[in-house]
Design a protein around this ligand. Structure first.
Ligand SMILES: Nc1nc2c(ncn2[C@@H]2O[C@H](COP(=O)(O)OP(=O)(O)OP(=O)(O)O)[C@@H](O)[C@H]2O)c(=O)[nH]1
Length: 438
């Protein structure tokens, strides 16, 4: 059987592939175009829009990144809060004990609890964002309390620290802009209260508070938006790449199928037919026989000459349909070129073959395609040459050649008939026919 496969070549997969509906390909092209458009839109400040049907996928794809950003911001924030304990001696010398209590007895355990919770929880992202923001706001509130309670002017340094903290939160936590607005409002209000009750009774400080807020919140929001746009662009690029890969694979499949198909009759062409035979041989039970039928339409040239090429094409389609029907369920039909067809019949016995070949011949005659210029009959007919062989002892080339010779004999004997050559006869090979159970 090896020799057969070697001759048939490697195109085995073509026939087994499922046809892809044209609509799927078109849809994927449309999707890729929509993604192109989405990628083109959106500058640094304009939000890069995600097509509505992808918004869920985008949310899922960025969920891990956003969750990680939250716990990272709390961990990094904690590092800063504890490290800056050293500055308390300078900022609030009169409230040093309270400041250290805030940092180590409240902020540290609370922060650790929030980090643990953020890493474990699977609750809605917005809730996690609110909790993480809440933690940072507690820190801002405690610093503000120190400003209020301390008599040291240096305590006002905590106002600046709070704005630095706000900038860090807005940039690092991948927050939605609505939450950024709420967060910023809280920080500004807390600072306003702290300044109003702080150690320096200087009304202009409130104005400074607002100016600092604007200077900090503006660039921080810009950075937040730019990072969000980067996340969106990255997602869209990945999606577009995925669509294009799928489209390419579908187009490759379609090309392979087209390369194996005869466009006129939609039967396998010579290449597809050979590839199909390779698959049939793979599935063949050991010791089984196979047959090849070569089929040629009788007096097709005169049919073309008298009825025209268009009618000839239609006749070829009708013959192909008739053969495909008659060859079922075991035979594989292909168009070898011109008005020549072939049927490969795996797992058939000599006795079955006689009837099978006759069925092929009769199927075309039954079409009753009027052919008044045929020297054989008044309707279109075919001649069939069949070779029965054993894959273990003879090769596919020999089967084709023998079937061709049988076809020649059928033509010479008057056409519209079947001629069978048996390569499994004791003098020609070692295979034996299975007992005919029919
Ligand atoms: N309409 C049409 N005609 C085709 C096509 N391919 C080949 N033919 C014609 O098929 C005819 C084959 O003619 P011949 O090879 O002389 O055979 P024949 O007339 O059938 O004679 P016998 O086979 O000896 O019975 C030629 O006229 C080709 O032009 C095709 O795709 N469409």
């Amino acid at each position: 059987m090896e020799g057969w496969r070697a001759l048939i070549g490697s195109g085995k997969a073509f026939n087994r592939r499922r046809p892809v509906p044209r609509t799927m390909e078109t849809t994927m092209q449309d999707d890729a175009t929509e993604l192109d458009q989405a990628l083109e839109g959106g500058g640094q400040l304009d939000r890069v829009s995600i097509p509505p049907e992808l918004s869920r996928a985008f949310a899922d794809a960025t969920l891990t990144v956003r969750r990680r950003a939250l716990s990272k911001s709390v961990v990094i924030g904690l590092g800063f809060y504890e490290a800056f304990a050293l500055g308390d001696a300078f900022a609030v010398p009169d409230r040093l004990e309270l400041a250290l209590t805030f940092r180590f007895a409240i902020i540290l355990p609370l922060g650790l609890m929030v980090v643990c919770w953020l890493r474990r929880t699977r609750c809605a992202l917005i809730l996690q964002q609110v909790v993480a923001c809440g933690f940072h706001l507690v820190v801002v509130a405690l610093l503000a309390l120190l400003v209020v309670l301390s008599d040291s002017v240096n305590a006002l340094g905590f106002v600046f620290a709070s704005y630095a903290l706000l900038m860090f939160m807005v940039i690092s936590m991948a927050l939605p802009l609505s939450l950024v607005a709420v967060l910023a409002t809280f920080v500004v209000l807390i600072q306003a209260v702290a300044i109003a009750h702080g150690p320096l009774m200087y009304p202009a400080l409130e104005l400074h508070n607002l100016m600092i807020a604007i200077v900090i919140i503006g660039p921080a929001t810009f950075a937040n938006r730019a990072l969000e746009n980067d996340r969106r662009r990255h997602f869209l690029l990945m999606e577009r790449e995925r669509y294009r890969q799928r489209l390419l694979a579908e187009q490759r499949d379609m090309l392979a199928r087209l390369a194996a198909l005869d466009p006129l009759t939609e039967l396998a062409n010579r290449r597809g037919f050979h590839a199909g035979i390779a698959g049939d041989l793979d599935r063949l039970a050991p010791g089984s026989l196979v047959a090849m039928a070569m089929i040629d339409i009788d007096h097709f040239k005169t049919y073309n000459d008298h009825y025209g090429h268009g009618a000839g094409d239609e006749a070829l389609r009708r013959v192909a349909r008739a053969l495909r029907e008659a060859a079922r369920p075991i035979g594989r039909v292909g168009r070898m070129g011109g008005e020549e067809f072939a049927v490969f019949i795996p797992g058939i016995t000599g006795h079955e073959l006689v009837l099978y070949a006759e069925r092929l011949r009769a199927s075309v005659q039954r079409q009753a395609l009027v052919h008044h210029h045929s020297a054989t009959a008044s309707v279109m007919t075919i001649s069939v040459g069949v070779a029965l062989g054993c894959p273990e002892t003879s090769d596919i080339e020999a089967l084709f050649e023998t079937a061709d010779a049988a076809l020649y004999r059928a033509k010479a004997a008057g056409r519209n008939r079947v001629s069978i050559e048996d390569l499994t006869r004791p003098d020609m090979g070692a295979c034996r026919e299975r007992p005919d159970t029919g």
